[in-house]
Design a protein around this ligand. Structure first.
Ligand code: DAH
Length: 341
């Protein structure tokens, strides 16, 4: 027994392998079911009791050495570039990785832009950090208008033309009128900022899409038609719109647009608070003062503008009752939009 153990230890110490298959053969030869080390363990049963302790220890050493050697040979081959065996198993299943999904606000923004894209509107963008002129002045806000108030606007600097975070994407209208050739037909998506307490219905950061069309002979009928087509594309063919007179400094006349409630079909439910209508945007004919501020002659050109909140459209479309879901990014919420293209 001792001789056999010594002979095997000697053999193990001298083992070499060129290929992983050879290592596997060695493993089978030594510690496989009929391997020589395994065999010695069987012989061990007939060792006299007083020698069991000694041989038991020797056998354990042998077994450990065999296992170490096999592992050593395998590792050496796996790590060596010269090995012509693949260093990993191609047949193993690949690592699974989870795909992200698009955020519902992005989905909604893209849908709005693509609908207007079909109507021929180009996408225009502008800075989030703006000056007073582009957010208020050029849009016909009188100097003392409450929207300029510190309560609403995050100011970055004070002075003649303070720097601030834009409170609406209407500022991109002004930047576009300054630099684009007429006619202009654009939609302007972007983030806006208002100093509001965060609640289910309000947030200090949200998203808007502004629209602007300026050409010769643009009328209120054109505005109404554009918005009706948009509402049908966004909320379904059966959707109706209505316009309520309103006021914005940059449009005259101005209106607020409601769509027929897509939950109850206009009969009245708790989503539309029994009215059958849901407010989706503000709009109007571009005020001549706004055209003048950007050096466009109001006697030659007219236009319409509209502005909507992306979160609001998304809430109506998917009946999300709390705006904060869009900002918390709980994956369970986001996953609900996995199947929405
Ligand atoms: N800028 C407005 C707001 O933030 C939305 C708006 C209303 C934009 C009417 C327009 C418009 O272009 O014509 O509440």
């Amino acid at each position: 027994m001792r001789q056999k153990i010594d002979a095997l230890l000697q053999e193990i110490a001298e083992l070499k392998a060129q290929k992983l298959q050879e290592v596997e053969d060695i493993r089978v030869r030594l510690v496989g079911k009929k391997g020589s080390v395994t065999k010695l363990f069987e012989d061990f049963r007939s060792v006299p009791a007083e020698q069991k302790r000694e041989f038991g220890q020797l056998l354990n050493v042998l077994k450990t050495k065999a296992a170490e050697k096999i592992e050593e040979l395998r590792e050496a081959l796996e790590n060596s570039a010269s090995s012509n065996e693949p260093s990993f198993d191609y047949t193993k299943p690949g690592d699974r990785f989870d795909l992200g999904t698009r955020h519902p606000i992005s989905i909604t923004r893209e849908e709005i832009l693509s609908i207007f894209g079909k109507f021929g509107y180009a996408v225009a963008e502008g800075p989030e950090i703006e000056d007073d002129w582009h957010v208020f002045g050029a849009l016909n806000f009188p100097p003392e208008h409450p929207a300029r108030d510190m309560q609403d606007t995050f100011f970055i600097s004070t002075g003649d033309n303070p720097i601030l975070l834009r409170t609406h994407t209407s500022s991109v209208q002004v930047r576009s009128m300054e630099k684009m050739d007429l006619p202009i037909r654009i939609v302007c998506p972007g983030r806006v900022f208002r100093n509001e307490a965060i609640s289910a219905r309000a947030h200090c950061i949200f998203h808007q899409v502004e629209g602007l069309y300026i050409d010769k002979n643009v009328s209120f009928a054109d505005l109404k038609q554009a918005i009706l087509l948009f509402a049908k594309e966004m909320f379904g063919e059966q959707t109706k719109i209505r316009m309520r007179p309103s006021y914005f400094p940059f449009t005259e006349p101005s209106a607020e647009v409601d769509v027929s409630c897509n939950i109850c079909g206009g009969k009245g439910c708790n989503i539309c608070k029994g009215t059958g209508w849901l407010e989706i945007m503000g709009c109007g004919m571009v005020d001549p003062n706004v055209l003048k501020a950007s050096n466009i002659d109001p006697n030659e050109y007219s236009g319409f503008a509209f502005g909507m909140g992306v979160e609001r459209i998304a809430m109506l479309k998917w009946q999300v009752k709390d705006l904060r879901h869009y900002f918390e990014n709980d994956v369970r919420f986001l996953k609900e939009f996995e199947t929405v293209v």
